[in-house]
Each structure stands twice: as structure tokens, then as C-alpha cells.
Design a protein around this ligand. Structure first.
Ligand SMILES: C[S@@+](CC[C@H](N)C(=O)[O-])C[C@H]1O[C@@H](n2cnc3c(N)ncnc32)[C@H](O)[C@@H]1O
Ligand code: SF4
Length: 476
């Protein structure tokens, strides 16, 4: 059983939630990678990526991530890399680029007839809204995957879905693609909140989408909820969480609204004055958690996920070791343990044994590279030994909410001293009841779970107060 269910350390006497928030509501990364994306540099380019692909272990099962940066609408809160594209022609052209990039990548991996095609165990379609691509394009890209790679029996094929943008032909395409996991964006069911965030989506539309997916055999369903949106209250988010329970999802992700109008200009249409403050956000998060756990029987997973007890994510959260342990990647929490995640499409990030690479963020630059038969990566980072060790520490803290620092250092053949030096920062967290720290092992308490990113940030060698303020959203 995960530590989060065992530890019940309460807030220290004299300390209130408001005090904790005041102390820890800085800006910290979400740690879907380490080093985090703001630390990628143009020094890592297509030549490095080509060499890294060629060196992939022959027996490794790979994961593929497709990014589709198009939507039918632009939700005002959206922090994703997307834009409104409604014409058929650019959508078709983009799907053709995805196929072409796949061929380029398969060429660089370069298996001969004897070694066979590279194996693929996970495919994830994200965005944006992948189902904005025409149905025949979606199935066409998956055909190319099957032509070029050995898509393993039982492979997970997951897709992110906007329940208001799933016409019947796209639904049928999902079945033909072999999709077996769908993630539905919900955010909030309250009409006043939906009006303020420019996303009108009735409960009936979401329910009907989930039913349609299940009727096709796609019964692994995830929902996304957000707190910290305009006009949300503790009462309203609890109601949304209760309605979400009615949908019977296997997993529910609960994100804090990341308001970064200096990076996402359309978010400026959400006035700061309409947003709940840090204390209200904290309370909303707690209410949603309470409904999902106490009324829905969901188990907390990592920072912000909840899963049915028999779901693979909940099981993984309970196994602190072994190959089935919980992992964290750009899609959030996962059981995917593949050594390489290949990112395909504009802005897609790949994670390879040697480091991270990111494709050109804009479609024109991405398209120009692929049309010239060049890999489209424009930045990245090659992992040092120190990065690998800290990445492990941060991933274990984010996933297991605990880490044994000398044991992790030993597994990397490294001196634990730099980690233990960074761990001095834990003393303050311990005094506030957020962690238990015995000089070797750190365990995040139930009270500390909302602050787990702050704990992980202690071990981030790149984070400075200066770059944190501009690049990241609120911790709480
Ligand atoms: C790519 S979108 C989901 C797919 C689909 N386009 C939709 O909106 O239903 C992935 C998720 O990111 C989350 N998200 C987007 N912008 C966010 C923000 N600014 N802060 C927190 N979560 C955000 C939402 O929960 C959303 O469902
Ligand atoms: S939340 Fe989803 S549908 Fe809305 S703009 Fe972002 S990616 Fe598009």
C-alpha cells in the first residue's frame, strides 16, 4: 500500500492551512520530465536525435506520442499547444506529415530484416484535440504505425477526447484504430463556470460520449477536472465531482488551473479578479478529493490522479518497486515503463535513454523540416549522470511520495552527498508536518501531498527563484 494511505501526520500545532499555503505557494514545475522543458536548449538538434534513435536497444518496446495541435474551439483557460483550425485541407496535410515523420523515425531506428521491426507497446494521441483530424487520416496514421512497427498484442492505444467534438465517423475511427483508453476533458459541469471559461459542455453530452465509447468496447475511461477556475466554489466543485462519479470512470485527473497569461495570451480574457485565491484553490482541491475518495471509493495516485482500486494506476501506486511501478511522463502518471517515448508532431517531446528532444513548436517550421526529410527537433537536453540520479529521485517522490536517497544514489553508483545536502531543505517541511525525514528516507505525509512538487523541487539543480516565477504556475 502506498505511503499516502499510511501516513496521517497532521498539521503541526499553531500552523494553519493558510500558513502552509503562504509558505509553499511558490511557482514550481509539474515534473513531467527532469530536467524540465524550460531547460532544453538548441544545442541538442536533429543530429543528436538521429544518433539517439539509431542507438535504441533492439529489444526495447517503444511508446509513441502523437501531438495534434488543432481544436474546433479555443477554451479560454487552455494551456495546451493548440489553435483553432476548422478547414479540412490543413488537417489532412498535417496527418500526412505525421505519417512522413513516422517513416523518417523508423528509418533512423534502422532495423534490418533479421532484427525485425521495432516493437511498440503504447500509443498516445494528445493535443489539442486529435479527433479534429478526419476519420480516414486517424486510421491512416495508425496503419502506418502498424506497417512500420510491430504493435504488440495488448498494446495500450490511448486518445484525448473533447466530448463535444466527436462526430460519429470519428467514433467509428477510434474503434478501427484499436483505441482502448480514452481521456475525456470535463473541467467543470457548472454552467456559470463553463460560460466564464468559454467551454459549454452539458453533462448529457459527456455522458453520451462515454456511453458511445463503451458501446464500442473502449471502456477504460479517464476524466479531467480542473479547480481554481473562475466562479468555482467548494460547493460547486463538489457537485461537479459527484456528477463525475456518475460517469463511472476508471481514472480521474484533478488539475489546478494554471493561469499563465504571459505565456498563453487568450487566458488574459479570464480576469484575475474572477479567480479563486490560493486558499480557495486549496479548499476546492480538498473537497474534490474528499468526494472522490469518500463517496466514490477512488484511491489517490501521486499528486493529482485518482483511480478505482482495481485500476492499473492504483495498483502501480501501491507497488513501490518492480516493473509495474508508477511512472511519470509528459502525459502525467502512467504504468508505461518503455525506455523510449517517441514524440511525433509539432511541439512533441521525446524521451530517449540519452535525453529529451522537442520538435519545432509551430506547424510551419515542423512541416518545413519534415517535408525536407529532416527530423524536426529544435531543442533538447542530453542527460548527465547527475541528471539521471536527480530524475530518479524526483520521479519517485512524485509517484511514490517517498524516496530513499542513499539507496537511489547507490543504484546509480553515485555519491549521496549532493542529495543529502539538498535534503537540508526538508527540515522545514518536516517541521511543518509535510514530510517525515530520518536523514536517509523522505516520506511525504497526507498533509504534504498537495505540496509534493515543492518537495521534489528541492532536488532540482536547475531551479532558481528567478526562472521559477516566470515559467511555472502556482504550486497549490
Ligand atoms: C489537451 S486537453 C484535453 C483534450 C480535449 N482537447 C479537451 O479539451 O477535452 C488536456 C487537458 O489539459 C487540461 N488543461 C488544459 N489547460 C489547462 C490549464 N491551463 N490548467 C490546468 N489544466 C489544463 C484540461 O483538463 C484538459 O482536459
Ligand atoms: S482544452 Fe482541449 S478543446 Fe479546449 S482549447 Fe485546449 S485542447 Fe482545445
Amino acid at each position: 500500500m502506498s505511503i499516502i494511505f499510511r501516513l496521517t501526520a497532521d498539521i503541526m500545532p499553531g500552523m494553519t492551512h493558510a500558513d502552509l499555503i503562504a509558505r509553499y505557494d511558490g511557482r514550481v514545475p509539474r515534473y513531467t520530465s527532469y530536467p524540465t522543458a524550460p531547460n532544453f536548449s538548441p544545442a541538442i538538434g536533429p543530429d543528436d536525435y538521429a544518433a539517439w534513435l539509431a542507438a535504441l536497444p533492439a529489444d526495447a518496446a517503444l511508446s509513441l506520442y502523437f501531438h495534434v495541435p488543432f481544436c474546433d474551439r479555443l477554451c479560454l483557460y487552455c494551456g495546451c499547444n493548440t489553435s483553432v483550425v476548422r478547414q479540412d485541407e490543413p488537417r489532412r496535410a498535417y496527418a500526412e506529415l505525421l505519417r512522413r515523420e513516422l517513416r523518417l523515425i523508423a528509418g533512423h531506428i534502422g532495423r534490418d530484416a533479421q532484427a525485425g521491426r521495432a516493437r511498440v507497446g503504447h500509443v498516445h494521441w494528445g493535443g489539442g484535440t486529435p479527433t479534429t483530424l478526419p476519420a480516414d487520416c486517424l486510421t491512416g496514421v495508425m496503419e502506418t504505425v502498424r506497417d512500420l512497427f510491430d504493435l504488440l498484442p495488448g498494446a495500450e492505444v490511448a486518445i484525448e477526447i473533447d466530448p463535444t467534438a466527436l462526430p460519429d465517423d470519428r467514433l467509428q475511427a477510434l474503434a478501427a484504430m484499436g483505441v482502448n483508453r480514452a481521456s475525456l476533458g470535463v473541467q467543470d459541469f457548472e454552467p456559470a463556470v463553463q460560460a466564464a471559461i468559454g467551454r459549454i459542455q452539458t453533462f448529457e453530452a459527456t455522458d453520451s460520449c462515454a456511453r458511445s465509447l463503451r458501446s464500442l468496447g473502449i471502456d477504460s475511461i479517464n476524466l479531467d477536472l480542473i479547480y481554481g477556475l473562475p466562479h468555482q466554489t467548494e460547493h460547486s466543485v463538489a457537485e461537479t465531482a459527484r456528477m463525475a462519479l456518475e460517469l463511472g470512470a476508471d481514472r480521474i485527473a484533478v488539475f489546478g488551473y494554471a493561469h499563465v497569461p504571459w505565456m498563453k495570451r487568450h487566458q488574459a480574457l479570464i480576469p484575475d479578479s474572477s479567480l479563486p485565491d490560493a486558499q480557495a484553490r486549496f479548499a476546492q482541491r480538498g473537497r474534490i478529493e474528499n468526494v472522490l475518495q469518500a463517496e466514490g471509493g477512488y484511491r489517490a495516485v501521486g499528486l493529482d490522479h485518482y483511480a478505482q482500486p482495481n485500476d492499473a494506476l492504483a495498483q502501480a501506486a501501491g507497488s513501490a518497486a518492480g516493473k509495474d511501478r508508477l511512472r511519470r511522463n509528459f502525459q502525467g502518471y502512467t504504468t508505461d515503463a518503455a525506455p523510449a517515448l517517441i514524440g511525433i508532431g509539432a511541439s512533441a517531446i521525446g524521451s530517449l535513454p540519452q535525453g529529451y528532444v522537442q520538435n519545432a513548436p509551430g506547424v510551419p517550421a515542423y512541416a518545413a523540416a519534415i517535408r525536407a526529410d529532416r527530423l524536426a527537433s529544435v531543442r533538447g537536453v542530453a542527460l548527465t549522470e547527475d541528471d539521471r540520479l536527480r530524475r530518479d529521485v524526483i520521479e519517485r517522490i512524485m509517484c511514490d511520495l517517498q524516496a530513499d536517497l542513499p539507496a537511489l544514489a547507490a543504484a546509480h553508483g553515485a555519491d549521496p552527498a549532493p542529495l543529502l545536502a539538498a535534503a537540508h531543505g526538508l527540515e522545514r517541511f518536516q517541521a511543518d508536518g509535510l514530510v517525515c525525514w530520518d536523514g536517509s528516507r523522505v516520506e511525504v505525509t497526507a498533509t504534504g501531498r498537495p505540496f509534493v512538487r515543492n518537495v521534489a523541487a528541492l532536488f532540482d539543480a536547475y531551479l532558481t527563484p528567478d526562472n521559477a516565477v516566470r515559467r511555472h504556475a502556482q504550486a497549490v
